[in-house]
Design a protein around this ligand. Structure first.
Ligand code: FES
Length: 326
């Protein structure tokens, strides 16, 4: 079956846009109900779904409703005017429209132990909102810090201010008074010794928080993060390389300035793709030979050092040829 020019298989779920709500300046939320008699698959906090948008692109969005609510999936989308069209297409969706989604996957799960320090930058609050609901429901300890440019851009403000965990939610606005400004060192220092950090937001924000945590001695095992978007990759100095697809023994030439995914698509090969920014992990393929030049933000430092997988949407090769299991 094809939808908007995309090949979609039986694994996709048919949903209906049941509600479209303006949550803040440039942010809409969508509640997606089942498009048939079957209930939607369950999910856990931190999970995301991928949506096939009417303009022919697939984009991942974190689920932000409480995981105990499987009657619908709720997502929120920030309009990125300079983006590549995914958020614009999502903003144009109307109530009643049918939407195909892939079932939830979770690369950002809550650990079973420890106090949870949830830190959100902008629209990065979506997976953390589901985590806050889960932790509150389970009676576990947590603090939720939400950073936004100003009140107009603070999504879900009313929901958070009336939630049972409102007292655990701390707002930080860039244009607010000094006493509420986000001071990462103070926030980290206020956490109990067993705390785990969960952070989500734009790359600059995440780098700021994670660098501070590492500098304060937080072990890597207590840092949990998911990049919401990545800064554009600097491609100056990129070199051409060959991608050998082991299963077909086919060589794809990847010129400088062209991603491996683009070269594969131009050659009539369809790699699995979603965010196309190196943040979601959808396009990771096993490496059989050669050395990748990792540019993704999805894999941990340990995974990158192991060179076991290669993100075709953004990574390149350090060797003239890279062989992947595809
Ligand atoms: Fe998301 Fe490559 S498509 S990491």
């Amino acid at each position: 079956m094809t939808y908007a020019g995309l090949a979609v298989d039986d694994g996709w779920l048919r949903t209906i846009v049941a509600r479209r709500t303006i949550e803040a300046e440039d942010i809409v939320s969508l509640a997606l109900d089942p498009g048939g008699p079957d209930a939607l698959p369950t999910f856990e906090a931190g999970a995301h779904i991928e949506i096939a948008l009417p303009n022919g692109v697939i984009r991942p969005y974190s689920l932000c409703n409480a995981p105990c609510d499987v009657l619908s999936y709720q997502i929120a989308v920030l309009l990125e005017r300079e983006g590549r069209g995914g958020s614009r297409a999502a903003h144009e969706l109307a109530e009643g429209q049918t939407l195909l989604v892939r079932p939830p996957r979770n690369f950002f799960p809550l650990a079973a132990d420890g106090h949870s320090l949830l830190i959100a930058g902008g629209i990065g609050l979506t997976p953390l909102l589901a985590m806050a609901e889960t932790l509150a429901g389970a009676g576990r300890g947590f603090d939720f810090h939400v950073c936004a440019r100003n009140r107009r851009r603070a999504a879900f403000a009313q929901r958070l201010e009336t939630a049972p965990f409102a007292a655990r939610t701390h707002w930080h606005f860039d244009d607010g008074p000094a006493e509420q400004k986000f001071e990462v060192a103070a926030v980290l220092a206020s956490a109990p010794a067993d705390a785990r950090l969960y952070v989500c937001g734009p790359q600059g924000f995440m780098d700021h928080v994670l660098t501070a945590a590492r500098a304060c001695g937080w072990p890597e095992s207590r840092l949990h993060y998911e990049y919401f978007s990545a800064a554009p990759i600097v491609s100056d100095g990129d070199r051409a390389f060959q991608l050998l697809l082991a299963r077909s023994n086919r060589i794809i030439e990847v010129p400088a300035g062209v991603t491996a995914a683009e070269a594969m698509t131009a050659a009539g090969v369809e790699p699995p793709l979603s965010c196309e920014q190196g943040v979601c992990g959808t396009c990771l393929l096993p490496v059989l030979e050669g050395l990748p030049d990792h540019r993704d933000h999805f894999q941990s430092a340990t995974e990158r050092a192991a060179n076991g997988r290669f993100a075709v949407c953004c990574s390149r090769a350090l060797t003239p040829r890279l062989t992947i299991d595809f």
